[in-house]
Design a binder for this molecule. Sequence first.
Ligand code: NI
Length: 390
Amino acid sequence: MPVINRIAAIHDDMTAWRRDIHAHPELGFQEERTSAIVAEKLESFGVQVHRGLAKTGVVGILEGAPGAGAIALRADMDALPILEGNDVAHRSTKDGTMHACGHDGHTTMLLGAARYLAETRNFAGTVYFVFQPAEEGLGGGEAMVKEGLFEHFPATAVYGMHNWPGLPPGEIAVRTGPMMAACDEFTITVEGTGAHGAMPHLGHDAVVAAAQIVTGLQSIVARNVDPLEAGVVSVTMIHGGDAFNVIPQAVELAGTVRTFKPEVRDLIAANIERVAENTAAALGTRATVNVEGRFPATVNTADETARAEAAACAVVGAERVHSDLAPCMGSEDFAYMLQARPGSYVWIGNGLGPGGCFLHNPGYDFNDEILPVGASYWATLVERELAADV
Ligand code: NI
């Protein structure tokens, strides 16, 4: 079964919705206009609407035939603080804010599925359409879970979908186990003794210590992490000094850690502390280390991934469904929903598009061609998982 005909018939409508949302991007927890549009559309389709979970979050509730089953489908709504580089009619109307991650498309695909499922109701039980705010680093998914998402809307499984540039349009990638990485952020303050740049022997140089710490941190993945496990340690900020002739008192370092397993995550955090503190001490300076967890890993459960794969195969054909793509070291706050309920997060191919650029690039744009494919995947997943008795 390819794309559902009744969904293909609303392709033009979905394209118009997607471009309207694209033209009016909103940052995390500020999705006032977007969530109002989502709520209004869901109501017009006959879907019951709950607003205000995690500030701008929206949940649609749709009952099919009587049945005890209940699943949740999640889309994200927020945009990024990026100046759009595209010259298209639906270009962002807000300078410095753009939908560079395709959340405009995710919202639209879930709306398309909601419209079809509300019209047909060819399922038994309950579907929850979860439109979350603030996926881009602000923890909207975590906020929804903490505010009782699954207590108010008792789904037994939760499913997510993200577009993926580089995967051909409409192809779908599924994977059991980790799909996206855990993200930690660290800061290191190196304190020395400031001195005249011409008389280094009168101080303890925090710049040299910081430089050696940056290099030393690269030994953690190379020498401490099991070579068969995945990990990334990237120093992404160095701040220190104000003058050519002054050795500063302190230097600040910061960066990110990505891992798939909690034990690797803990090992890296402990080693950042060890390397930074001891390297600093060896040079007569002192390092204060702070490692903070941001997102856990996004880990798909086996049963739900098998169900997601079956639905994907039904829509696009088994030859266009991949179960062997490598996971990504990026992170995703759908991870919090997967910690609360079993489920599966899939990628839908966005193609490379004219600019050939990846997510979070000023030249990125969601590919409207795949809107009916994604909406059909959602609808098919519901009709299979909550199959009505015939
Ligand atoms: Ni995204």
